[in-house]
Design a protein around this ligand. Structure first.
Ligand SMILES: Cc1cc2nc3c(=O)[nH]c(=O)nc-3n(C[C@H](O)[C@H](O)[C@H](O)COP(=O)(O)OP(=O)(O)OC[C@H]3O[C@@H](n4cnc5c(N)ncnc54)[C@H](O)[C@@H]3O)c2cc1C
Length: 400
């Protein structure tokens, strides 16, 4: 057996032995995610056990180095592990902004001391992070941000406001973009700082949506502080002072890749054709509505093409070619495709699917997910902004 086949066999045996039965239902969806953190309440003993076992193995973040709480696996091994988890329908043991965004940024820009201090608690699901980028007057034009951070000798003093901070009210720490040099040009003078939210100077106010849910907050910094160093060598600033824009951009490529993966949901759930066949039924082995049939066929083909593109880009990344601006392409297509997919699923269900409460639609489960997809092309940078990046950095169009 090749090394990879041996690894596959071992991983499968370990998963079979250690993944609790309740965690083997393949359940996705926001309501089944384990986010971790100090305020987290486990949905079941099985969810807790599964997280603990995977964290001890380093497999909540299998690609991270072992020294920082990861599994130290190669990219090929990570792929195999994910395939085996999918086969056994294992739920993801942990998801978090620490894993998706801060971790990769720290691995690239952090010092060894910062990595040793901050990464293992993320890998174990002990600390939940949120992202303090957007401000009331700095969304698409993020570099206009004004949140002020002053050098006070042994500590930093932070004043300002962030907005749309996802899950800020449930998070322990926040990574924040702040202006450390107000005299510098727009993209310089910004720093990337790590702030403990358990202090009087940081407060959050949930923004209520029409659905009654509140997935994001306004976040206020009123004389909030961060020490220059959390421990010897553990600076609160990641990367160089006033050069946080580089860290911010790198982190965004990871955020965009992660959001675009939603478009690949095609493989996780049932295909559109299968849903239509079950809901509407077939005549002579096919859907009777030719328009719906054509829409589904085209979307399924486009979905597979997108998945192949994702795979190709992963291989390119494996070969050492960074994803960079391509993440904008993935983000644009993945999120627009995801919106299209949910429009079709709603078409299949018809107006009945809009029922907000009631057993038939499981309290509007599909309708709520359909509405949530509308935010995919806004969060992490809007579709228009991705098109601008593609025009400028990939197509190099004149005047872009
Ligand atoms: C669900 C969700 C979760 C989020 N979570 C977070 C979070 O955790 N942390 C965080 O910091 N932020 C978060 N955001 C904020 C998100 O990053 C911003 O909403 C996004 O960057 C757009 O900024 P804005 O809302 O200020 O819109 P604006 O920038 O005001 O844009 C308004 C409209 O103008 C268009 N536009 C703007 N500039 C251009 C241009 N140059 N060319 C063409 N069109 C343009 C935009 O595409 C958009 O349609 C979240 C947003 C959503 C929807």
């Amino acid at each position: 057996m090749s090394d990879l086949e041996t690894f596959r066999a071992e991983a499968r045996a370990w998963l079979e032995e250690n993944c609790p039965k309740e965690m083997r239902d393949g359940a996705g969806g926001e309501e089944n995610i384990c986010w971790g953190g100090k305020q987290w309440t486990f949905q079941s003993d099985a969810q807790k056990t599964w997280l603990e076992r995977m964290a001890a193995k380093g497999w909540t973040v299998p690609a991270w180095p072992k020294d920082y709480g990861g599994g130290g696996l190669s990219k090929e091994e990570v792929k195999v592990l994910k395939e085996e988890m999918r086969k056994l329908k294992c739920r993801s043991p942990l998801e978090s902004f620490g894993i998706w965004m801060l971790g990769p940024a720290l691995l690239k820009y952090g010092t060894h001391e910062q990595k040793s201090h901050f990464l293992p608690p993320i890998a174990r699901g002990e600390i939940r992070w949120c992202q303090g980028y957007s401000e009331p007057n700095a969304g698409s034009d993020l570099a206009s941000l004004q949140c002020k951070c002053e050098d006070k000798g042994d500590h930093w003093l932070i004043n300002g406001q962030k907005v749309w901070t996802s899950y800020a009210d449930q998070s322990d720490w926040i990574f924040v973009l702040v202006r450390t040099d107000p005299k510098a040009t727009k993209h310089t003078g910004i720093s990337f700082i790590l702030v403990d939210m358990q202090q009087d100077g940081v407060s959050t106010k949930p923004i209520k949506l029409i659905s009654g849910k509140s997935p994001f907050c306004e976040t206020f910094f009123d004389d909030a502080t961060a020490p220059k160093d959390y421990a010897p060598g553990v600076s609160a600033i990641v990367g160089e002072l006033n050069k946080g824009w580089d860290v911010a951009k790198y982190l965004l490529t990871h955020e965009r890749e992660m959001i675009s993966a939603g478009g690949g949901g095609l493989l996780g759930g049932r295909g559109m054709g299968e849903v239509a066949a079950n809901e509407i039924g077939l005549e002579h082995g096919r859907l009777s509505d030719p328009l719906l049939r054509a829409k589904i066929a085209q979307a399924e083909i486009d979905g597979w093409a997108f998945l192949l593109t994702l795979e190709r880009m992963k291989d390119e990344a494996k070969a050492g070619q960074g994803v960079g601006a391509n993440s904008s392409m993935l983000k644009y297509y993945g999120t627009e495709f995801n919106k299209r997919r949910f429009e079709i699923l709603m078409d299949i269900g018809g107006s009945d699917e809009l029922e907000w409460e009631g057993e038939r639609t499981k309290d509007g489960k599909l309708a709520r997910s359909w509405l949530r997809t509308k935010a995919n092309s806004i969060e992490g940078g809007t579709s228009e902004v991705q098109l601008n990046v593609i025009a400028k950095r990939i197509l190099e169009l004149p005047g872009a």
